[in-house]
Every structure is written in structure tokens, then in C-alpha cells.
Design a protein around this ligand. Structure first.
Ligand code: NAP
Length: 268
């Protein structure tokens, strides 16, 4: 297992488990994968285009005594997903954890419907593919933002709105799967967070909408950084399933319908 004093889960909390974190070549996904490996999980680092970065992370985890493979797959592509799941089956024999972290929709030249194809359709298809590799006791975590979770009641930056709407549509489509997942003994949690300090997306949005980050920082009191938010995502994989399958991270009082934070009891 990986020696890591910052591991939020404890060094053997996930011993013997196998975890796929989508979009984990960088950012929140990469830190989540690191935490899982530090807790003893064999991890799959999925990426779309940044193979060297994903392979470097997998090599770092292995060098630290963990187990990791980097598997490239464009989640919007059925063949690509099928190849990824076949690779996982061959390498690990199954899956105990799936973190649906990969996200996008602000990329250029991907077509008008790309946000929906990635943030809704690909999420559901990835869940359906992963479930075939899962046994009772497995867990699925979907990562989203408050700006997306609350989009029906709280407006967001215009540049982010299509992404927010597509992620909310994805969240709703995934929640429709919950009864079927429950029947199979598979847990499901949505983890939602505010703008995260230091991410490419938050930096880009702040450039497009100057002052957006500072405004959120002031309204929320403070914003989480990548390592802190990833720790919440990692905890959501092991903590009891919260009410409504929803884990809201940080202050949500400035979002209409908000006001809930992660209960103290769930903090490590
Ligand atoms: N950033 C924030 O402020 C913030 C706030 C709250 C919640 N979140 C949520 O946290 C999650 C991670 O955000 P982040 O900012 O860390 O993301 P990010 O830095 O933009 O990274 C996105 C990841 O997704 C992968 N990806 C993109 N399109 C893909 C596709 N079609 N198929 C497979 N993988 C794909 C990318 O792979 P490549 O690099 O290889 O292309 C990358 O690893 C998202 O669900 C986001 O909504 C973010």
C-alpha cells in the first residue's frame, strides 16, 4: 500500500478493492485515485487524451507500493468504453468502486451536443458498463458542482450554463438508476462542491467571467482546494450513504434550496 500521511481514508480502508476513477489524469480525479491507492485499492486511472500524465500518475502510485493502471478511453464512445471495461476485467477481474468524475463541455470543436453526450449520456453508459463488473457491496460516486446541482433554481455564469445543465441532466438520469442499483446491492452517492481553487475549469471561468472566483470565495466564506475536495469524494466512497444520496460539500447557503453541509459525523 502507498505510504501517505495525507490519506483521508486510513491505510487499509480499501485493501483488496478495485476502483475506476474516470478522468483521473489530472485535478480532482487524480487526487481521488491517489487517496484510493493510499488506502489499498487497485486503481484504474482513466483519461481521454493525456496519456503521459495518466501513465506518470500510475507509475508514481506503483513506485509508492500501490497498484494502478492507466486506461485511455473517450467515455462518449461506446467502443472505447467497451475496450476499457475489457481491460479492467482482464487486469483486476471486477470493480468495487466507480467514481464518475470525468467532465467537460467547454472544449472547442466538439459539437453543440458534446456537453450532454459527455455529462449525461456517457455517465449513464459508463455506469451501466461498470455495473456488469460489480458485486453487491460496490459503490458508485458521481461528482458534480453546486453550480450544476442547483442550476434549476440558482443562475450561474453564462459560459458554464450549458455544462451545468448537462451535468444536472446527468445527475437526474443517474438517480433514475438508483432503485435498480439498490436491488443489486450497489450504493450510489452524488458529491457536489463549489468552484474549486486551483482547477483548470475554475481558472478558465474566472478568465471568462472576471471576479467570479473571488465572488464565490466571499459568498461561501472559503473555497475548497483540489486535495480537500478530492478527500470528500474519496470519503463518499466509504461513508454511509447520505440522505437523498447527496453529499453537499462546503457552504451552500447562497444557492437557492441549499443550506446543507457535510455532517460532522461523516468527516474523517
Ligand atoms: N473544477 C471545479 O471548480 C469543480 C467544482 C466542483 C465540482 N467539480 C467536478 O469535479 C470533477 C473533476 O473536475 P476537474 O476540474 O478536476 O476536471 P478537469 O481538470 O477538467 O479534468 C477532466 C478530466 O476528465 C477527463 N475527460 C474529459 N473528457 C473526457 C472524455 N470524453 N472521456 C474520458 N475522460 C474525459 C480528462 O482527461 P484528459 O485530460 O486526458 O483529456 C481529465 O482527466 C468534474 O465532475 C467537475 O464537474 C469541479
Amino acid at each position: 500500500m502507498v505510504a501517505d500521511s495525507t490519506n483521508p481514508l486510513g491505510s487499509d480502508a480499501l485493501e483488496g478493492t478495485r476502483a475506476l476513477v474516470t478522468g483521473s489524469s489530472r485535478g480532482i480525479g487524480a487526487d481521488t485515485a491517489r487517496y484510493f491507492a493510499a488506502a489499498g485499492a487497485s486503481v484504474v486511472i482513466n483519461y481521454r487524451s493525456k496519456a503521459p500524465r495518466a501513465e506518470k500518475l500510475a507509475a508514481q502510485i506503483e513506485a509508492d507500493g500501490g497498484r494502478a493502471i492507466a486506461v485511455g478511453a473517450d467515455l462518449t464512445d461506446a467502443e472505447s468504453r467497451a475496450t476499457m471495461f475489457a481491460t479492467i476485467r482482464e487486469a483486476y477481474g471486477g470493480l468495487d468502486l466507480l467514481v464518475l468524475n470525468a467532465s467537460g463541455g467547454m472544449e472547442k470543436d466538439m459539437g453543440d451536443d458534446y456537453a450532454l453526450r459527455l455529462n449525461r449520456d456517457a455517465q449513464v453508459a459508463t455506469l451501466d458498463g461498470a455495473v456488469e463488473l460489480m458485486d453487491p457491496g460496490a459503490r458508485v460516486v458521481f461528482v458534480t458542482s453546486h453550480q450544476a446541482h442547483f442550476i434549476d433554481t440558482t443562475p450561474t455564469m453564462p459560459e458554464y450554463e450549458p455544462v451545468a445543465r448537462s451535468k444536472r441532466a446527468g445527475e437526474i438520469a443517474l438517480l433514475e438508476r438508483v432503485p435498480r442499483l439498490t436491488e443489486r446491492g450497489i450504493g450510489f452517492v452524488v458529491v457536489s462542491g463549489d468552484m474549486i481553487e486551483g482547477t483548470v475549469t475554475a481558472t478558465l471561468l474566472n478568465r471568462l467571467s472576471p471576479g467570479a472566483l473571488e465572488a464565490r470565495r466571499e459568498e461561501a466564506g472559503r473555497l475548497y482546494n483540489v486535495a480537500e475536495f478530492a478527500a470528500e469524494v474519496a470519503r463518499a466512497a466509504v461513508d454511509p450513504i447520505p440522505e437523498g444520496n447527496l453529499r453537499l460539500v462546503g457552504d451552500t447557503s447562497s444557492f437557492i434550496g441549499g443550506g446543507t453541509v457535510v455532517p460532522e459525523a461523516q468527516e474523517a
